[in-house]
Design a protein around this ligand. Structure first.
Ligand code: F6R
Length: 264
């Protein structure tokens, strides 16, 4: 696992955007898996800046979001579709027709078919080249909450109490946070060719240490990243604060310049 520890959130955002930009330049027709939440906002801002000031071209990029709240229409201000519009799409030349986000308003009788179709669309697009992930306070990735099957596919899930509390900051109150979501599964995520995992702030230090250095377990779903052959984790100093191998990660990262290769 490639673990990059940077000084602060600004550096994390720039470094993460550089990783995404590198893929887009190397493979202009590519597929990104995208996350919402607070963590990637700075990265999206930097990607929009790169588009506007440096001409980073998103015209060949297709995107698949990890999840959407169930019950929210894509036009709802708290939907993840609106989040993506505001944070990335409006500032770049991503073609909206190539942006895929689960439909939070699909009728319950059609949910299974919708989820199967989402998986099919990922396959048709050629699979996800790079999947961006944040880590929930309870260790979730996408909305795969503690206890989720590590082989799960896109499906309707219930949100954990801690997630509802954590995400209440984006809503007027915890009561407004939807209690279900449509989420890519852990199995779906692990099929991406590369994972880019981001975490910042002291609040994430415990869960980051469990995910990176603890046992592989569905109790900390993010620990499945240990199974993937190409994972880059970017952390700020605070989120890296409880890692026992921080010095080794820093040493390995400092050696990358010499070999000009990513040391996974
Ligand atoms: C968002 C998602 C979630 C978040 C996680 C961390 O699409 O799937 O797993 O990545 O809840 O959220 P923040 O970044 O707000 O701490």
């Amino acid at each position: 696992m490639r673990v990059l520890i940077v000084k602060n959130y600004e550096e994390l955002s720039v470094k993460a955007a550089e990783e995404v930009a590198e893929l887009i330049k190397r493979k202009p027709i590519c597929v990104l898996g995208l996350a919402t939440g607070g963590t990637p906002v700075g990265m999206y801002k930097e990607l929009a800046r790169m588009h506007q000031s440096e001409g980073l071209d998103f015209s060949g990029v297709a995107t698949f979001n990890l999840d959407e709240y169930y019950g929210l229409d894509g036009s709802h201000p708290h939907s993840y579709r609106c989040f993506m519009d505001a944070n990335l799409v409006d500032g770049t030349n991503i073609n909206r027709e190539n942006m895929f986000i689960p439909n939070g308003k699909v009728a319950i009788k059609d949910v299974e078919a919708h989820c199967a179709e989402y998986e099919e669309k990922i396959k048709e697009a050629g699979g996800i080249d790079l999947q961006v992930l944040g880590i929930g306070g309870d260790g979730h990735i996408a909305f795969n909450e503690p206890g989720a099957s590590l082989a799960s596919r896109t499906r309707l899930v219930a949100l954990n109490e801690q997630t509802i509390k954590d995400n209440a900051r984006f809503f007027a109150s915890a009561e407004e946070v939807p209690v279900y979501a449509i989420s890519m599964g852990v199995g779906t995520i692990l099929e991406a060719r590369e994972l880019l995992v981001l975490a910042n702030g002291e609040k994430k230090a415990d869960i980051v240490a469990k995910a990176l250095e603890g046992p592989l377990s569905s109790s900390v779903v993010a620990s499945v990243i240990q199974l993937h052959p190409k994972v880059t984790v970017i952390l700020d100093e605070e989120a890296a604060g409880k890692l026992s191998r921080a010095n080794f990660y820093k040493f390995a990262a400092s050696m990358e310049g010499q070999v000009r290769l990513k040391l996974f």
